[in-house]
Design a protein around this ligand. Structure first.
Ligand code: HEC
Length: 367
């Protein structure tokens, strides 16, 4: 098979994306404020940034009426963890698929920590619940566990060989490993290792709430390769290794061409982002070698699945076409180089309603 370029992705990705613009990424760390923030200072922050939806007193009755109501804090029950650390992550990253925005780029670390403490203080006095003995929590470095997994969505089969990658940001990336494919992304606590309780065959119990399913969670192929005749076929991937390096977990796999060509080694990682308050996650792909492919694309971004909303110098904004559901937005940064690796970044942002106003705000972010 001929190939048109020394970099197998160039042709594929050049079609969809143009510029390498890491600088435009929404994950900028905000300025740390020097001042000591305490509960007293958290109150005006709360009134300024949260009361609109959560109510002045935290009762969930804010001025802004949402079709998906904001949470009342007075009962102190949280779906994504009730520790200060867990609330800090929720406030930083927002909640995918809901109107709860992420405040990572608008509020400093200290302000978000103060708000986490403030929200806890609004609730009843906490009964400290010890996590179950088999509950496994991400504390200071990402964790990777392998084992059987229950179905990620209704109507799907359990996964015999699964892989969970839990990041420091409270996101869990859930994979099938045979063939290797990301099934979905969860948010919340990490995993209950029921498989540790000595009963054979027990599967892992991921604890986070699913905020995004990749291709419905079927999980066979994340990639597609172009055939000689211009069509696209699913491209299976084989797991090579997982590594944890400098606070980030990487999943490494090979895409092996059907004919006798050189495999393409891909290393990917994911993290929570928030772009202008839109919560979401970022997948970073490093590509090494692999001249056996002409063109590859992420199956999720196939032309018939996404609709182009905006094109900006920093990348393209693609909207997922999905009937009935809230839309998902993809923001593609395109290709760049890091050392000898080619790097591609794809952001997935969870849609607020696709009103003209919201779309305009998002387009401006992409410019
Ligand atoms: C635009 C409306 C909106 C704003 C502004 C907003 N929230 Fe929320 N928030 C929501 C909604 C809606 C939910 C419920 C999401 C769901 O369905 O689980 C939520 C949920 C939460 C939760 C519960 C998470 C859990 O584990 O269940 C916390 C904590 C929270 N918000 C904190 C804040 C804080 C602190 C601020 C201000 C810095 C804030 N929110 C601003 C809409 C908002």
């Amino acid at each position: 098979m001929k190939y048109q370029s020394a970099c197998p992705w160039t042709t594929a990705v050049a079609v969809l994306a143009c510029f390498w613009a890491l600088a435009a990424c929404g994950d900028q760390t905000s300025q740390e404020s020097e001042s000591e923030t305490n509960l007293v200072e958290a109150e005006p922050l709360y009134q300024a940034h949260c009361a609109l939806c959560h109510g002045k007193d935290g009762d969930g009755q804010g001025a802004l009426v949402l079709d998906r109501p904001a949470r009342s804090f007075l009962k102190g029950a949280f779906s994504f963890g009730n520790t200060e650390e867990a609330l800090f992550r929720t406030i930083s990253n927002g909640i995918g698929g809901t109107p709860m925005p992420g405040f990572k780029s608008t509020l400093s670390d200290e302000q978000r920590r103060a708000l986490a403490a403030y929200v806890i203080a609004l609730g009843p006095e906490q009964v400290q619940v010890r996590p179950g003995e088999s509950e496994y929590q991400v504390t200071d470095r990402p964790l990777v566990v392998r084992g059987g997994l229950p179905p990620i969505a209704d109507g799907l089969a359990p996964v015999n060989r699964g892989l969970l990658v839990g990041g420091l940001d409270g996101l869990t990336f859930e994979y099938n490993t045979k063939p290797l494919a990301l099934l979905g992304v969860r948010q919340g606590e990490f995993v209950d290792r029921k498989d540790w309780q000595g009963r054979g065959g027990a599967s892992l119990q991921p604890l986070g709430v699913v905020s995004h399913l990749i291709d419905g969670g079927f999980g066979t192929c994340n990639w597609e390769a172009e055939t000689g005749s211009g069509g696209w076929i699913p491209q299976p991937a084989a797991l090579v290794a997982t590594t944890v390096l400098e606070g980030r977990a990487w999943v490494e796999y090979d895409l092996i061409p059907g004919h006798s060509g050189e495999a393409l080694r891909v290393k990917e990682t994911g993290l929570a982002i928030s772009l202008g308050g839109w919560p979401g996650f970022q997948r970073i792909f490093h590509v090494i070698g692999g001249l056996g492919f002409e063109r590859l694309r992420l199956a999720e971004l196939a032309d018939h699945k996404v609709e182009l909303v905006a094109k900006g110098p920093a990348g393209r904004l693609l909207r997922r076409l999905s009937e009935g559901e809230e839309p998902t937005f993809y923001f593609k940064h395109g290709l760049g180089m890091e050392g000898d690796d080619q790097v591609m970044i794809v952001d997935t942002l969870f849609g607020l309603a696709p009103t003209d106003e919201n779309l305009k705000a998002l387009k401006e972010l992409v410019q």
